[in-house]
Design a protein around this ligand. Structure first.
Ligand code: ZN
Length: 197
């Protein structure tokens, strides 16, 4: 489990990345870290892309409905408008943000803030997703979480799309995606017994 470094002993802030496939618990881990910071009376602000409309407009909600209030933003520049007192910044679904999120996170970290970014590391094709690889390159701490492959029980690292849509961003849950291990992901539709009819 991720253990935070001693906050007050550092002059600058830092960037943490929580990445993994769908259904791997990324948002749950983000919420766990943010709730603990709140309990410690640290001022927390949370952002998510306005593109992600699967759940409540303002709440940061994981699949298990553990919720915190978040601000939906259109462009990563809006993240820079945080209150100067804010100590901890949470960003969910970071893969949907533009590439300038990387610079925004670095600037906020230099200002002394702790940035916790959660997002999909790979898209449904298994390719690096949006600003996530660059965020992982500049982050001090990276936590990769995994789901479990429903076909073989191994660790699932990939998000397999069950529908035929070809766009990179297609919002959906268990109706459109399932977690898969590397091998089952590579087998594609041969394993499509769960495909909805
Ligand atoms: Zn598998």
């Amino acid at each position: 489990m991720f253990i935070e470094p001693a906050y007050k002993s550092q002059r600058s802030g830092w960037i943490e990345v929580i990445c993994g496939s769908m259904f791997s618990g990324k948002t749950e881990e983000l919420i766990r870290r943010l709730k603990r910071a709140r309990i410690a009376n640290q001022k927390v602000e949370i952002f998510k892309p306005s593109k992600d409309t699967r759940y409540d407009e303002r709440k940061l909600v994981s699949h298990d409905e553990n919720a915190l209030l978040s601000k939906p933003v259109v462009h990563s520049k809006e993240v820079l408008l945080v209150h100067s007192d804010t100590e901890v910044i949470g960003i969910d679904e970071a893969q949907f943000f533009d590439s300038q999120l990387v610079d925004a996170c670095q600037e906020l970290a230099i200002q002394g803030k702790r940035i916790i970014v959660a997002g999909l590391d790979m898209d449904f094709r298994g390719m690096p997703f949006g600003p996530m690889p660059s965020l992982m390159a500049v982050a001090e701490y990276i936590t990769k979480v995994h789901a479990i492959c429903p076909h073989c029980g191994n660790l699932a690292t990939h998000s397999y799309r069950l529908s035929d849509e070809a766009e990179t961003i297609v919002l959906g849950e268990k109706d459109k995606y399932e977690p898969r291990c590397r091998l089952c992901f590579s087998m594609g539709t041969i394993l499509s017994f769960k495909k909805p009819v």
